[in-house]
Ligand binder design. Structure first.
Ligand SMILES: C[S@@+](CC[C@H](N)C(=O)[O-])C[C@H]1O[C@@H](n2cnc3c(N)ncnc32)[C@H](O)[C@@H]1O
Length: 825
């Protein structure tokens, strides 16, 4: 290796790692699904796990009279009286979905209030004493929000039905501050899930690479900083680098010795010359406004030892907590939590859509009717559970880094780099990860311990070994329990991400050879031996491990194995092409290293079937599969439609899709490699308007021009965008094409589905009333607020209406959940 900077990196043991106090929270699941940016809007309004859970809706069947509380979003034009009577239970989930949890979503009065109603009494009235002896009390928002201790103890209460306290969990209502009686089951559950919020307050940031020892470019590279004279600054602008930090601090009149800051992080470091300088700096900088944030000053502590010399380990999150935060709840409880969070999203959609409607115009029917279903934009039919709750991930990305204790580790990051967390811990007890993936991570870790090349240092953006991705391909057939998970895996692709910048080619070649040997031997030595089908290296220089799809790949030969699990490298074309296979609905899918494939194949199968069942398909249907990846949705539904057009921007996914059509003998699918925003409108015109013109010409008895395109009576789009949602141009094209009547929206991020649905489902403004604001998105606006603005500019077109929704749990033990919504007009 040529680079001296890499050679000079301190060893893990030498590294003086630091722990600092700061109020940041690591993400719960580093890799819930593949994130490929599509929409231009950031998701500002994503609820945290805690918000989601504390705002959980009760499964409350009581029809207690309540005092309506106005929603902040109430639309002054909406003067439809609010029902306070009981609301019929929603129909149960579709019969076809056997494993689905019954939909117990009878709304409580709180839900009705969420629809938005004028305040009828003032705050003093709301504070009605629940212990008052008035025989006909004005119901208070606190009514039945606490459990009756008498009832709990004795099993009865002399107040009977008139008691203000809840007689059992069934009767219990959420408090006006969106919390549950802490002694109730729901209160206790919420507490478990509030844990991350407490940690956020405590603020733990773990740096496993030393950032304080580095020469900061001002000739002060003594390698040692006095941590008692150092402070950490939190809430700095993410784009700042050290120079901007230095400039800012100097402008405040603060003197210092060193300043450290990396682009992409919200934290930076200051080291002072002496105690006086430090005290002065803290006084000036603490709470100082920077942008729309106020600075926080935190201590820089040695990583594993606090100021008193005692270990800080107790405060440190485990990989299990970081990656699978719901793992300590039962699976039934997890599903209930997710369903509740999707219901919140559906209520939010109604509120946002009301805000997006034109003043003085009547609201669309679906918003008016939402009050009958507790403020939901449409019925939530339930949640489909994952067929496997454990070891279900077919793709795991393990980072190479250092553990909290400075040990070289291949595992999961305990938090977010932007918040300063670089600690990596082994995937111990993470129930969503297969044993096979963990085993490969451990083989890689053992290899790295002996490697001459260093692991990637995120803070300094240097090093060589970055990440190991383990992708598994399953055999065809039905599997019914978690236990046989390992035996289902037939093929494994390993992709190792490295950064070869400034390295010696010869040395790298030797390391790769050693690595291939280590994997092959490790796979063979495992009991039972592990499959190893493909080994590829991805060469990436960027700061984050998320590499662009066109990042260079190199296929490495795997030394021959005599255990029968590996194909012959010299003859097998599959290994030469770097691909593995998986199976969905009896179809075989070929998957290349960077192509998206749902990480939970069993649950994806259910997801696609549901989308097909809702999509109103038939031989006369033209199906647009928008963001089609390797073609899974279109190909599994191809036999039910006339033609499928798949649109996908990742070129290797598109060539996988074409290959998959061939492998499965499907000939009515066409795949377009492009960003959907660039082609959606023209494709709709190309495939629909032409046939419309021919139809008209026929009616007028004119001889139509001979078309090369097939004609379809029914047009349906199934969209399955990445987490940022659909691009505004795709939404506009779908919304304004009059022949598209049915749209099935699959979303791995219900929040962006909510934002996109605002644009799809609110009536167009009259031209004169349309807002003339420029651009698709204004800085600082939430996704929903941006969507509301765009909705006001939507060209005249019939809006869709949300018809029904279903949650599908593709990610057990994490707080992520897939969602499907049917939109029609
Ligand atoms: C959530 S995945 C869904 C893939 C596929 N439907 C499936 O279930 O396997 C989203 C896909 O959208 C693709 N994508 C992201 N942005 C896109 C864009 N602007 N235009 C078209 N495809 C895009 C990604 O490459 C990815 O394959």
């Amino acid at each position: 290796m040529a680079s001296s900077s890499i050679d000079e990196l301190p060893s893990a043991a030498e590294t003086l790692t630091s722990q600092i106090s700061a109020d940041v929270t690591p993400p719960s699941d580093p890799n819930p699904t593949d994130d490929v940016t599509m929409a231009s809007s950031p998701i500002d309004e994503l609820p945290s796990a805690v918000e989601t859970l504390t705002s959980q809706h009760p499964s409350d069947n009581t029809a207690a009279p309540v005092n309506p509380i106005p929603s902040s979003d109430s639309n002054p034009n909406d003067d439809v009286p609010m029902e306070t009577a009981s609301i019929d239970e929603l129909p149960s989930a579709v019969d076809t979905v056997k494993s689905q949890i019954p939909a117990d979503i009878t709304p409580s009065s709180d839900d009705v209030e969420a629809v938005g109603e004028k305040r009828k009494r003032d705050d003093d009235d709301e504070k009605t004493n629940p212990e008052s002896s008035d025989p006909n009390p004005t119901p208070s928002p606190w009514f039945k929000t606490s459990l009756c201790s008498y009832f709990r103890r004795e099993g009865s209460c002399s107040h009977g039905n008139t008691c203000r306290y809840a007689h059992g969990e069934e009767e219990l209502r959420m408090k006006p501050d969106n919390t549950w009686d802490p002694t109730s089951v729901r209160g206790k559950k919420a507490k478990i899930l509030e844990k991350p919020a407490e940690e956020e307050e405590n603020g733990e940031v773990l740096f496993t690479e030393e950032m304080m020892d580095d020469n900061d470019g001002e000739g002060c590279g003594d390698g040692v900083h006095d941590l008692s004279l150092s402070k950490c600054l939190v809430h700095l602008p993410i784009k700042w680098q050290a120079d901007e930090l230095k400039k800012f601090v100097r402008e405040q009149g603060v003197e210092f010795k060193f300043a450290k800051k990396r682009r992409g992080m919200i934290v930076g470091f200051l080291t002072f010359e002496n105690a006086e300088q430090l005290q002065n700096g803290v006084e000036i900088l603490e709470g100082k406004a920077v942008g729309n944030k106020n600075l926080k000053i935190a201590d820089v502590l040695p990583r594993t030892v606090d100021k008193n010399g005692t270990k800080n380990q107790a405060k440190i999150k485990s990989a299990r907590e970081a990656v699978t935060p719901l793992a300590d709840l039962s699976y039934a409880e997890q599903l209930e939590q997710k369903k509740a969070s999707i219901m919140q999203m559906l209520k939010k959609l109604t509120r946002n859509a009301r805000k997006a409607c034109q003043n003085g115009k009547s609201l669309p029917e679906w918003i008016l009717q939402s009050r009958e279903i507790g403020g939901l934009a449409c019925k939530l039919e339930g949640i489909i559970e994952s067929p496997f709750a454990n070891g279900y991930r077919n793709k795991c990305e393990f980072s190479a880094g250092y553990s909290v204790e400075g040990k070289l580790t291949v595992g999961f990051m305990l938090g977010n780099f932007s918040a300063g967390v670089t600690a990596v811990e082994e995937a111990v007890d993470c129930p969503n990860i297969s044993k096979m993936a963990c085993r490969y991570a451990s083989i890689f870790q053992t290899f790295l311990e002996k490697s001459k090349l260093p692991v990637w240092n995120k803070f300094k953006s240097c090093g060589f070994w970055r990440q190991l991705t383990v992708r598994e391909g399953r055999k065809p057939g039905v599997f019914s329990n978690d236990e046989d998970a390992e035996t289902r895996i037939a093929e494994v692709m390993l992709m190792v991400q490295v950064c070869t910048k400034d390295t010696d080619e010869g040395e790298v070649a030797i390391e790769f050879e050693e690595m291939a040997k280590a994997f092959a031997e490790g796979a063979k030595a495992s009991s039972p031996p592990l499959p190893l089908t493909v080994l590829v290296v991805q060469d990436h220089v960027g700061i984050s491990n998320v590499a662009p799809p066109d990042c260079p790949l190199r296929l490495l030969p795997i030394p021959m194995s005599d255990n029968g699990t590996n194909p012959d490298q010299t003859t097998d074309v599959l290994t030469k092409e770097a691909r593995i296979h998986d199976h969905i609905n009896n179809l075989k899918f070929s998957i290349s290293p960077t192509a998206f494939f749902q990480v939970n194949t069993g649950a994806a199968e259910k997801l696609y079937s549901l989308a097909g069942d809702w999509a109103d398909l038939g031989p006369d249907t033209l199906l647009f599969d928008v963001c089609c990846g390797t073609g899974t949705i279109g190909l599994t539904l191809a036999h039910r439609v006339g033609m499928v057009i798949g649109i996908e921007m990742n070129a290797s996914a598109v060539s996988d899709a074409e290959r998959n059509a061939k492998i499965n003998g499907i000939s009515n699918c066409k795949f377009i490699c492009s960003k959907a925003e660039d082609v959606m409108s023209s494709l709709l015109t190309e495939y629909l308007d032409e046939s419309e013109m021919e139809e008209e010409a026929k009616l007028l008895n004119n001889e139509p021009e001979k078309s090369t395109k097939p004609r379809f009576k029914n047009v349906v789009a199934i969209v399955d965008p990445p987490r940022p949602g659909l691009h505004p141009d795709v939404i506009k094209a779908l919304r304004t094409h009059p022949r598209l009547k049915t749209l099935v929206y699959i979303s791995c991020n219900p929040e962006t589905l909510g934002a996109n649905a605002i644009e799809l489902c609110t009536p167009s403004f009259k031209k004169d009333d349309q807002e003339n604001r420029r651009g698709y998105r204004q800085r600082g606006l939430s996704a929903a607020a941006s969507a509301r603005l765009r909705a006001k500019k939507m060209p005249a077109s019939e809006p869709f209406r949300p018809v029904k929704a279903m949650a599908v749990d593709l990610f057990p033990h994490t707080d992520h959940c897939e969602m499907v919504m049917l939109l029609q007009r």
